[in-house]
Write a protein that binds this ligand. Sequence first.
Ligand code: NAD
Length: 342
Amino acid sequence: MSFKVVYTAASPGADLGEKLLDPLDVTLVKGLWRTEDEILSQARDADAIIGILSVQPFNRRVLGELVNCRIVSSISVGFEAIDLEAASEYGIVATNVPDYCIDEVSGLTITFMLALGHKLLQADRAVKERQVSFTTVGREALTEVLDPMFRMRGQTLGIVGLGRIGTATALKARGLGIRVIAYDPYVLGAVMESRGVAPVDLDTLLRESDFISTHTPLTPETSSMFGYEEFKKMKPTCYFINTARGQCVDQPALIRALQEGLISGAGIDVTVDEPISPDNPLIKMPNVILTGHSAWYSATADREHYYKPMMQVIGALKGEWPLYALNLDAKEKWLEKWGKKG
Ligand code: NAD
């Protein structure tokens, strides 16, 4: 049997794992298509699609016009741009890759904490620009940029969203002697405690934390979850970290909070404008570290985030229900139509 697989988000030069398709009779069509019409013009008759379900519009209209499609497989963790209800109705299974960069994102979160807490960038700049040293004549010059500075051990990290990345971050932070508290209405307090994390309500987390890191998905509930009122409740010495989604934060409110000194600084991987616009005030703030949505990146994660979606597609073309299925309610109908017989 021959198949058509369409890759709607093929980054030029990336190893997409095309070789994995060799044992099957597959025609692979690849490119970078963003709009509904662009996607449909390439993929209307596809048996399988690989794309980015956090941004590409796999809405009811698009899904309804895919006449042969059995799987839409995402190379991202987030899947806010696909209508899962419609996918199930049309018998299409959607998948993501939930586990390819847990270590990377939690690692960057800890890096943000340490770099912000140790004022790493400020010290680096002072030494390079003014050749100051704490041991000789530079004490005053350095304390000017470093104070106030606190011992990391014993500081409190407040995690919002104790899922995969939030939990990995908590475990790493505990290894540094940091007290971890978390707010997540969907995780039982006893489960949090078993991970060495104290469950708290959001208000307590905002008021007590020295570092606040958000790790929720982007949903109507979490959209702009951090606004001016939330920043006002934080300690003026608090650092805010966002590696989740830019839209989880009211960006103008974050900028205002930093300008008014409501918080001490921020580590921001994700912004509402990506790439960040040149006139975004965050760019000029010395107490803000920006990493341009690279939190997920390592050579290992890069390979996994291309190979795993490809493996989901290969399995589905063979009639196997995928491991990373998002719309579990589609399973029965899907197996009836596409499942391996006998
Ligand atoms: P996850 O689904 O494992 O965990 C999310 C957690 O958030 C869950 O425990 C859920 O209960 C909780 N949550 C949901 N709504 C909440 C709310 N209103 N308040 C508090 N908690 C809430 O997700 P994950 O894999 O840990 O990913 C976390 C975030 O990181 C997602 O937004 C994802 O898109 C993002 N991410 C970013 C990058 C990057 O490169 N920057 C890479 C991977 C993932």
